[in-house]
Design a protein around this ligand. Structure first.
Ligand code: PHE
Length: 343
């Protein structure tokens, strides 16, 4: 026969199983455990009224019931803490399994990216980086560079003139003059920058493009220094297997002058139908030469004492080559889908 202890135990167990909140927990404590009104302490109070031989076992069973109630209370309290914590967490943080928001990240544009790579190579060889104005004196762009008055580049249709005696520089070479006037030899500089020519935009021309000029002036500089420097540079940029070829050429500001070719970086000269070199096996990459004595003089340097070499390369062209671009204008259309692929 279940007695009142068994009945109370059933109630305790049912009540404990129903605890869902702090209030439930409090109610449980008051109903069963509180010293004053709790039902379990209430049972203890009955002991003195029992026949002496029953007191001990009754007391023991009530004691067990109290321990059980205390344990259930503790467990419910712990469980509640856990679920409250989980609830808080769910309210305060988003679902971590959802995909994140992607912020579109920009990248370095392909032109400065190549330009920086080239600068790095020359910085390692001890060169400084020089700068010059894009709106340039006609004198620095042409006269000081030994370009004669009848030269076609001096015509309106080839050059953007801006007012009397000024123009948008057609190459970075005028910075040679500026640097020679500003520095004392030894001079070792490269000059990255924009240049302008009145060309209709097409797959191989844009009216604005990028060049990097190089200039070295010191005692005893000769053509071997030019060759060694450019070979070292071109192998660093295009790979150690690259072959370099010098072809006699003409620039008014260098004498002798040479155009420099590299073995085709795409087919290495092996594909007669190569879309980059067209089967020639060689790609023209830059212009160069020994600085003309007249140019040294324009820069305030005595050609009897000093000599130098200079070179100029097109950054856009190198970017096209390295990336296999068919159209130079890709650099300037600002199309995200193109730029994304250039990362
Ligand atoms: N300035 C020349 C050009 O724009 C390149 C060049 C620079 C050639 C220096 C020789 C020496 O074509």
């Amino acid at each position: 026969m279940p007695d009142e202890i068994d009945e109370l135990r059933a109630k305790v167990e049912a009540a404990a199983a129903g605890i869902r909140s702090r209030q439930d927990l409090q109610k449980f404590k008051e109903e069963f455990l509180s010293r004053k009104k709790g039902k379990i302490p209430g049972l203890f109070k009955k002991i003195p009224a029992l026949p002496p031989q029953e007191r001990s076992s009754f007391g023991q069973r009530v004691n067990e019931l109290r321990q059980l109630a205390e344990r259930l209370f503790k467990e419910a309290e712990e469980g509640l803490k856990g679920s409250l914590w989980r609830q808080k967490l769910q309210e305060s943080i988003p679902d971590p399994t959802l995909p994140g928001y992607l912020k579109p990240l920009g990248t370095v544009h392909p032109i400065p990216e190549i330009s920086h790579r080239i600068e790095e190579i020359f910085l390692r060889m001890g060169y400084d980086i020089e700068d010059g104005p894009e709106v340039e004196k006609e004198y620095f762009n042409f006269d000081a560079l030994n370009i004669p008055p009848h030269h076609p580049a001096r015509q309106e249709q080839d050059t953007f003139f801006v007012g009397e005696g000024y123009l948008l520089r057609t190459h970075t070479s005028p910075v040679q003059i500026r640097a020679m006037r500003r520095r004392k030899p030894p001079i070792r500089i490269i000059v990255p920058g924009r240049v302008y020519r009145r060309d209709e935009a097409d797959p191989t021309h844009t009216p604005m493009f990028y060049q990097i000029e190089g200039l070295v002036v010191d005692r005893g500089i000769n053509f071997a220094h030019l060759k060694g420097t450019l070979e070292t540079f071109l192998k660093a940029l295009f790979g150690e297997d690259t072959r370099v070829r010098f072809r006699p050429s003409y620039f008014p500001f260098t004498e002798p002058s040479a155009e420099v070719d590299i073995s085709c970086p795409v087919c290495g000269g092996k594909d007669p139908h190569c879309r980059v070199c067209g089967g020639a096996g060689w790609i023209e990459i830059l212009g160069s030469g020994m600085v003309h004595p007249q140019v040294l003089r324009s820069g305030g340097i005595d050609p009897e004492e000093y000599s130098g070499f200079a070179f100029g390369l097109g950054v856009d062209r190198i970017s096209m080559l390295k990336r296999g671009l068919a159209d130079i204008r890709n650099h300037y259309w600002n199309r995200m889908d193109f730029l994304e692929q250039m990362k």
